[in-house]
Design a protein around this ligand. Structure first.
Ligand code: NAP
Length: 292
């Protein structure tokens, strides 16, 4: 580890809870690899203290921050500026220091894109099922349409939320490309067609690892590739159901990697090589006890 001295820059993660984060592995490994005098630490921020935390971070000359649950939307009100894509998504996970305050970005979306590309998954021209209508699903939905998906289906337990996301997307992109669906209405999808599916609900997340948002095998027959944003556990029930039906399935650890890489690049105005990203990924897997 780089020696901490009077020139050390500080970056960090704010959220609640924060204890299980592996983001420090990403940033401290990259800083060490580059010989950069930067340290990344997690900050637990209690409910009601977000604005004070952001103002305090700015006053302390903190170079950049990641933001996680439950503050990705609330933090928008504490920013000096917003990146366009983050504004459309309505969620921010990365703050970059500017002269007047922090500027908000959404590297969950760009990180997901890099993760999918690295898995050989193509978005352009695809019809895509997005399970969920929360923050991560919104990022996935905006990403898919901006990268040329032919159509996306927003499938959510609460139909009104799916409807709202679909309406916003259709409005922003000026075309009817997003369709809301109840989870149980997958029978309405085109018969015989195979879809790319992005699992963006919190169902199946550790410790409730035996759950999937849809259990019916007939649904999984319709999926050629399933990308689960969850990475704990590294093989979710959703992934098992996709594979049992003959599809390809990936977990979300690469998305976590690349959202961090993108944040690091924004903070330090550098481009991280694929070789370095792979090295960081190996460290993340080691930290999580994942072998494959
Ligand atoms: P969120 O905003 O809280 O949204 C949760 C979503 O899950 C909602 O659509 C909710 O449906 C649905 N859901 C929750 N419990 C359900 C249940 N029992 N049955 C059916 N649907 C249910 O959370 P988020 O921030 O979008 O995160 C979603 C997942 O993505 C989490 O597991 C998170 O760990 C993961 N994630 C991964 C990365 C990464 O880097 N890999 C980044 C961000 C997020 P309702 O609207 O009906 O409540």
């Amino acid at each position: 580890m780089q020696a901490i001295d009077g020139h050390t820059r500080l970056c960090g993660l704010i959220g609640n809870p924060i204890g299980h984060t592996i983001s420090p592995v990403i940033h401290n490994t990259l800083a060490q690899r580059e010989g950069r005098n930067l340290v990344y630490v997690p900050f637990h921020v209690e409910e009601g203290r977000l604005r004070k935390a952001i103002e305090g971070a700015f006053a302390l000359d903190i170079h950049g921050l990641n933001v996680t649950v439950p503050y990705k939307s609330e933090v928008i009100g504490c920013l000096a500026e917003m990146d366009g894509m983050a504004g459309k998504i309505g969620a921010v996970n990365t703050l970059v220091r500017t002269a007047n305050g922090y500027k908000g970005y959404n590297t969950d979306a760009t990180g997901l894109y890099r993760a999918m590309r690295s898995e050989g998954i193509c978005i352009e021209g695809e019809e895509i099922l997005i399970l969920g209508a929360g923050g991560a699903a919104r990022a996935a939905a905006f990403l898919c349409v901006s990268k040329g998906a032919a159509r996306i289906y927003i499938m959510n337990r609460t139909k009104e939320k799916a409807q709202k996301v679909a309406e916003e997307i259709n409005h922003v992109f000026g075309k009817e490309c997003a369709v809301p669906l109840r989870l149980e209405d997958y029978g309405k999808l085109q018969a015989g067609k195979k879809y790319l599916a992005i699992q963006a609900t919190s169902v199946g997340l550790y410790p409730d690892a035996d759950a999937a948002v849809i259990e019916d095998g007939a649904f999984y027959e319709r999926i050629h590739t399933g990308f689960d944003l969850i990475y704990r556990p590294s093989c979710t029930r959703f992934m098992k159901l996709v594979r049992n039906a003959g599809g390809k399935a990936c977990h979300g650890l690469k998305m976590l990697l690349y959202q961090g890489v993108e944040a690091y690049e924004l903070w330090n105005d550098v481009s991280v090589s694929e070789e370095d990203a792979r090295m960081v990924y190996d460290k993340m897997k080691e930290a999580m006890g994942i072998e494959e």
